[in-house]
Design a binder for this molecule. Structure first.
Ligand SMILES: [Ca+2]
Ligand SMILES: [Ca+2]
Ligand SMILES: [Ca+2]
Length: 428
């Protein structure tokens, strides 16, 4: 475990949303605070960085899910051929004849046995009257995750490059592994005067003059999606402010509880998602309707945003009457994928979030086309405010320099569609 001074500890929490600062949440932070700081840098080796990929640039630091590639097809027809091919490969019905397209030949060569849609098709007509929403849904429908049985870094990179060069493929990117912007590991890191500091508890709220803002609004009616390690939705100081999906509440026609009837009652593509969603861990497919926090980071973030105020418990959030939409896209180690993060962003935008808090990121060697697409939808079409952590590396999020001298982008913080938040401290 590293010893870091207070200032550097503070600078490592870019988790904040509405907050230009972070502050003490003694009752919100649940367990564990003894995790060693991760020094690894996830690298997003994009199709646009072929020179880097072939030169070996930052390959050692590259981290993506082995054997997985996220592909956007230009046409439905190409996507269907690829899907058919992967089923045939899985059933050992290869090789393909020389008349097959290059995509099928590539899939056969890399033993791609699985092709699944990244975004489930929403059955609901919610928003479908808007042309831009329909267009986005059609576009998302052509994004798939392909899974190869060949798992080495070299094979995964080569598969991505070969697919990315196909004219029928708009882009091919690795399923990059992302890290949350970690909470410092010192249990008393975020404590307050009660532990001996000479400045106020919840100094962040004072610094941003929250009291004056509360005279105008306390966040009533605003849903803030927290894409993180989950949220402790039973926490005494948050439970009241957890968002619920009205379309999955109450009784169905058979008198069964919609939240547990194993049906997608509101047709949004998710079954029984009455209190948010848990997206798959890296390399896994399991997902469910229990976005419970198992790392404490998401709960910390959620409390900072919307811990219940004036209840004689714990703390108060920046927006104490806002609702928290719990979207778990990071596992108990604080690790997630671009796949789950992108899906969570679209879920938030489709299901009523007005603000998305994204305290995570990863490095790419250029703009990430998958993020560009989901943010164009969430921010551009749905009007969501996207708040993103600037990261903990102390560099420029757009066009910064990696240790090797390579120019990189920190995504999604680099995006012009996001409000990117750096840290502050009690002296600012
Ligand atoms: Ca649903
Ligand atoms: Ca249901
Ligand atoms: Ca409280």
């Amino acid at each position: 475990m590293q010893n870091r001074n207070l200032r550097s500890q503070l600078s490592s929490i870019a988790c904040a949303v509405l907050l230009l600062a972070s502050f003490s949440l003694p009752s919100i932070q649940t367990a564990q605070a003894t995790r060693p700081h991760k020094a690894s840098t996830p690298i997003d080796s994009l199709a646009v960085s072929k020179d880097l990929l072939s030169s070996g640039g930052d390959q050692k630091a590259a981290r993506s899910v082995p054997g997985e590639v996220i592909v956007k097809f230009r046409t439905e027809a190409a996507m269907e051929r690829a899907t058919t091919a992967s089923h045939a490969i899985a059933n050992s019905q290869t090789p393909f004849s020389s008349s097959e397209s290059d995509i099928e030949a590539i899939l056969a060569r890399y033993d791609v046995r699985e092709a699944r849609h990244l975004f489930p098709a929403a059955q609901s007509q919610n928003g479908a009257a808007i042309a831009a929403v329909r267009e986005a849904r059609n576009s998302f429908g052509r994004i798939m995750k392909l899974v190869s049985s060949k798992k080495s870094d070299e094979e995964t990179r080569a598969l991505i490059m070969e697919l990315g060069q196909q004219p029928e493929i708009e882009y091919a990117v690795p399923n990059t592994i992302y890290e949350i912007a970690a909470v410092p590991n010192d249990p008393y890191y975020s404590s307050s005067g009660s532990w001996g500091q000479d400045y106020k508890d919840l100094w962040g709220l004072h610094n941003i003059d929250a009291e004056q803002a509360w005279d105008i609004t306390e966040g009533e009616g605003v849903v803030v999606a927290v894409i993180d390690t989950g949220v402790d939705y039973n926490h005494e100081d948050i439970a009241e402010n957890i968002w619920n999906n009205a379309g999955e509440m109450g009784k169905d026609a058979s008198g069964k509880d919609k939240s547990s009837n194993k049906k997608d009652d509101d047709g949004n593509g998710f079954v029984d998602d009455w209190r948010g969603w848990r997206f798959p861990d890296p390399g896994k497919t399991k997902e469910n309707n229990k976005p419970m926090d198992d790392y404490a980071h998401g709960t910390h973030v959620a409390g900072t945003i919307a811990a219940v105020g004036n209840n004689n418990k714990g703390i108060i959030g920046v927006a104490p009457k806002a609702k928290i939409m719990a979207l778990k896209a990071f596992n108990s180690g604080g690790t997630g994928t671009v796949e789950s993060a992108a899906r969570a962003i679209v879920y938030a935008a489709e299901n009523g979030a007005r603000v998305i808090n994204a305290s995570f990121g990863g490095i790419s060697f250029g703009p990430n086309p998958l993020y560009e697409e989901v943010l164009a939808f969430a921010v551009g079409v749905k009007g969501v405010v996207m708040v993103v952590a600037a990261g903990n590396f102390g560099g420029n999020v757009e066009g910064g320099f990696a240790s090797s001298g390579n120019i990189f982008f920190f995504s999604p913080a680099y995006s012009r569609r996001a409000i990117t938040i750096a840290a502050s401290d009690h002296l600012d």
